[in-house]
Design a protein around this ligand. Structure first.
Ligand code: G4P
Length: 292
């Protein structure tokens, strides 16, 4: 899946993005990193640690409505053991967003206590959102901004057009997210991003991608997937992933003239259904195996 490398990010683009993020980082006290709860490894930016350095960070595991609930809990525990605060959110419905201010207070605790000891009554925390494309940054900002009041006055250093949203009496958020690139030189990362639709299909071989997804589903055997295509365990054992794709196409009546199975159509359908969580709430990457 080397086609991944042709997408969006060029060295010049990355340098410009990095510079913008570094400038905005100077304006904030903490960072909210949005990741996709289905692929917590692949949806992170490899350079973020270096970029934000010691700035406090909250991880927002977004799209948790499509991820496996037990897996999300395991990830939150995993981060917690490393001293990282993570919360599960669903920016489509807004579920979990009420935990955001508390999560920011948790990571800001030491700094706020220091400021209070110096006599500051109600220290303000400013946050910015960062994440790779399609992870839900705009959805998050839209949700939060609907619940809050946009502050329009100019602040020194804020790029024209940027605004701050008031989330609570001591929390503000920059309306411009930092758009970061994924670790696109890793083939497995590329595949997992493509499974979830974070990468556009035009640049990928959909049949190959569907076969790779079936390799994974064959091992996991999600109940919804099995039921949706009326598959038995024996079907998984007796067919390789391409055979399984043919079987799925046949079951859905996807035939081309001559009775041949339209595997390309079957592949597109399978990927669409996976992305819409119709094959179940599936987490592709687990904390114990990094990538599975
Ligand atoms: P970005 O700014 O990081 O690029 O991402 P954006 O908010 O545009 O979200 C990308 C897609 O993911 C959107 O779908 C959005 O609705 C969806 N999305 C964001 N958060 C969640 C979530 O928590 N759960 C679910 N199920 N979906 C989420 P889209 O198909 O591009 O648009 P649309 O479906 O909203 O029309």
């Amino acid at each position: 899946m080397s086609e991944m490398q042709t997408i969006q990010w060029f060295p010049g683009h990355m340098t410009k993005t990095k510079r913008q993020i570094q400038a905005n980082l100077k304006l904030v006290d903490a960072v909210a990193e949005i990741i996709d709860a289905r692929i917590p490894v692949s949806s992170r930016n490899p350079d973020l640690d270096k970029l934000i350095q010691s700035k406090p960070r909250v991880i927002l595991m977004n799209k948790c409505d499509m991820a496996n609930q037990t897996a999300t809990k395991m990830w939150i525990d995993y981060y917690s053991k490393q001293g990282i605060t993570a919360i599960a959110v669903d920016c489509k419905s807004g579920r979990g967003l009420n935990k955001f201010p508390q999560a920011v207070s948790t990571v800001m605790k030491e700094k706020i206590e220091r400021l209070k000891a110096k006599g500051m009554k109600n220290p303000m925390t400013r946050v910015m959102i960062v994440g790779i494309p399609n992870v839900g940054k705009s959805s998050f900002i839209n949700r939060i901004s609907k619940q809050s009041r946009a502050k329009v006055e100019d602040r020194p250093g804020v790029t024209r057009g940027n605004q701050w949203f008031t989330i609570s009496n001591n929390l503000e958020m920059l309306d411009t997210p930092g758009v970061l690139w994924p670790k696109f030189d890793d083939q497995i990362v590329g595949e997992h991003l493509a499974f979830t639709g974070a990468v556009k299909d035009q640049v990928l071989d959909v049949e190959l991608l569907a076969v790779r997804l079936l390799d994974f589903l064959k091992k996991l055997k999600p109940a919804d997937f099995m039921a949706r295509f009326k598959l038995e365990e024996a079907d998984l054992e007796n067919n390789d992933s391409y055979g399984l794709l043919q079987m799925i196409g046949k079951k859905r009546g996807m035939l081309i003239s001559g009775g041949e199975i339209d595997t390309e159509r079957a592949a597109i359908m399978l990927l669409d259904e996976f992305r819409a969580a119709k094959l179940g709430r599936i987490t592709v990457e687990m904390p114990n195996g990094e990538l599975r």
